[in-house]
Design a protein around this ligand. Sequence first.
Ligand SMILES: CC(C)(COP(=O)(O)OP(=O)(O)OC[C@H]1O[C@@H](n2cnc3c(N)ncnc32)[C@H](O)[C@@H]1OP(=O)(O)O)[C@@H](O)C(=O)NCCC(=O)NCCS
Length: 210
Amino acid sequence: MSDLAPNFVVRPFRPSDEAAVYAVCLQTADAGRDATALYDDPALPGHLYVGPYLTLEPELALMLEDGFGVCGYALAALDSHLFYERFQREWLPPLRGRYPTPNGDPSIWSASEAVRAQFHAPDIFWPEPHADFPSHLHIDLLPRAQGQGNGRVLMDTLLTALRQRGSPGVHLGMHVANARALRFYTRLGFRELARRGKTLYLGLHLADER
Ligand SMILES: CC(C)(COP(=O)(O)OP(=O)(O)OC[C@H]1O[C@@H](n2cnc3c(N)ncnc32)[C@H](O)[C@@H]1OP(=O)(O)O)[C@@H](O)C(=O)NCCC(=O)NCCS
């Protein structure tokens, strides 16, 4: 396993980290870049991409921290099928009351409207075969934490946790335009499983590497 850059630590999630995790999500939600200008409510991407993981599977939420605070995270769902079932049953209903369905032509929805629509009609997809890649993950680092090997350490730690829980494989979805992320995942051994619109799905077998 490689080393963290000096001044960075990886530690488990604590409930008091939630706002910082939402902030990292917002600042990396535009294909890896700052999406603050795209959202009229800064919590919107977090409600979709990080909140459910912190609430439903906090034991698989890792924080990257430096002297300024939380500057990255890696989050996972052990079994995507079970996760999305709880996501729809437990996580989405309270959001629906707070964020009404957007109106009009979906092809001209803003980023905020597109996320609000997901709260009412989530676009859930996982690449087949599910049995080979049942887990999925998200990883995001703020610019000050990138390019120093921290992403690799977070991923190694999360993949070890998934292996210890018996997962045979993991997948993720990424924006096709995020060239840096694709290089990063490819170096870690991920391979393309599917493409859907602007999302590329990659997978990694975990059982082979025990
Ligand atoms: C994609 C991401 C998770 C990768 O994590 P990372 O910590 O930056 O990755 P690494 O440091 O291991 O590698 C990134 C680059 O830094 C280089 N690097 C790694 N360790 C280094 C070190 N000690 N010194 C200098 N460079 C180093 C790597 O060679 C790599 O270069 P390359 O991209 O030109 O090939 C991170 O950059 C990130 O969160 N980006 C923004 C959000 C995002 O895109 N998330 C993924 C969404 S699917």
